[in-house]
Write a new protein. Structure first.
Length: 362
């Protein structure tokens, strides 16, 4: 399939189809208010994205209960008080004919007490001074994910994406390194996957028939075991528990270095699993039209755009107009981002990413 395949529609199991193969990846940008309510900058960013040609856009990681906050000025969805701003964000995307999903997040053991969070580890040894969550506390956090999804639905979002990547709580529980529990949420791979499964099942049960569920999975670090994750994913796909899997790689060309899948591309490991009607998306250094098109050839159904989308708000439209499109080189002067419409808060967040904003540029 060539680049033009990126502009074919993609049906999802629930709700409306994606009108093309571009999804905006979740992007934390620290531009919300301190209590997690959406700021005018959040809404403005969604308006920019909505003009950019994406079929579906995810919000930044959005904390589902106050204990789970990880970033200052992180977007929140832990209370109905936050509904007005969230509703404006959902409205902005709908007006651009862009499907919307809130990325539901709890930081688990990496929650930040100085921001009002409470480190919530699966194990007693992960964070000095903090005991493991009790079974009841795990179930409370599960319920917070489900209530947050219902809230997202009430705000008018088309769906949610459960953040199961990068060592945050759902990924933490999957890890045999970070999870030494002896209750039903620890031990066997099946038990370590239970929190994720109960979150996904609960959201499917409580939200409407058109509500879309995504699940973001990462496969590296935090003691995660690829072979186990493949088995768990195969089960989730077989049960069609989600509308789409978002495979969060840092490099979409990644080759597996050890174990059963050694030598294969990571994308092929997941693309070769029977996935019934579930769509497969891939993130990781998708900077050119050519690479985006190649990923469809490698078995992905859609691609997720992150850093290239910050540099150029309408990445999909650029690709449509120019099948040889490449993103601008980084680092860029701060003014480049400002000219594109990024807020100072967002630009300051990007100063923390390696080699993205030119050092010292005002
Ligand atoms: C500024 C920034 C913020 C990010 N925030 C999130 C986030 O909130 N949730 C998440 O799952 N991933 C987050 N990521 C990871 C991206 O969604 C994406 O998976 C990763 O950047 C790889 O894609 P890229 O190479 O196209 O940037 C973030 C990445 C960047 C650069």
């Amino acid at each position: 399939m060539s680049v033009s395949g990126l502009f074919e529609p993609l049906p999802l199991i629930h709700g409306k189809p994606m009108r093309n193969r571009f999804m905006l990846a979740p992007l934390t940008n620290q531009q919300s208010e301190y209590d997690g309510s959406a700021s005018k900058y959040d809404i403005d960013w969604m308006e920019q994205v909505a003009r950019g040609g994406y079929a579906l856009a995810q919000t930044a990681a959005t904390f589902v209960e106050p204990s789970g906050i990880a970033f200052e000025r992180q977007l929140g969805i832990y209370s109905d008080d936050l509904l007005p701003g969230l509703t404006d964000m959902a409205d902005a995307l709908r007006e651009g004919d862009t499907l919307s999903a809130v990325q539901l997040h709890h930081a688990g053991h990496r929650a930040r007490p100085e921001l009002g969070g409470h480190p919530s580890p699966a194990s007693g040894y992960t964070v000095p001074g903090y005991r493991a969550l009790t079974t009841e506390e795990v179930q409370r956090i599960r319920d917070s994910f489900i209530e947050a999804a219902e809230r997202a639905e009430r705000a008018g979002f088309d769906g949610i994406a459960a953040h199961g990547a990068f060592g945050w709580i759902l990924s933490e529980f999957m890890s045999p390194l970070l999870n030494d529990r002896t209750d039903q949420y620890g031990g066997s791979p099946e038990n370590r996957a239970r929190l994720t499964l109960e979150v996904l099942e609960g959201i499917r049960r409580e939200c409407g028939p058109d509500f879309q569920i995504g699940w973001r999975l990462s496969v590296e670090r935090y003691g995660l075991q690829l072979e186990e994750l493949v088995e768990i994913t195969a089960d989730i796909l077989d049960r069609e528990l989600i509308d789409y899997l978002d495979l969060a790689l840092w490099e979409s060309k990644q080759i597996v270095q050890e174990g059963r899948y050694c030598g294969k591309t990571m994308v092929s490991v997941f693309a070769e699993l029977p996935r019934k009607r579930v769509a497969l998306g891939v993130a990781g250094k998708i900077y050119t039209a050519e690479r985006a098109g190649q990923l469809l050839d490698e078995g992905a159904d859609f691609i997720l755009v992150a850093r290239a989308g910050i540099l150029q708000r309408d990445f999909p439209l650029q690709v449509q107009a120019n099948h040889a499109y490449e993103r601008v080189r980084t680092p860029v002067p701060a003014q480049h981002l400002r000219n594109g419409g990024l807020s100072e808060r967002f630009i300051n967040h990007m100063r923390g990413w390696p080699a993205f904003v030119q050092r010292g540029s005002l």
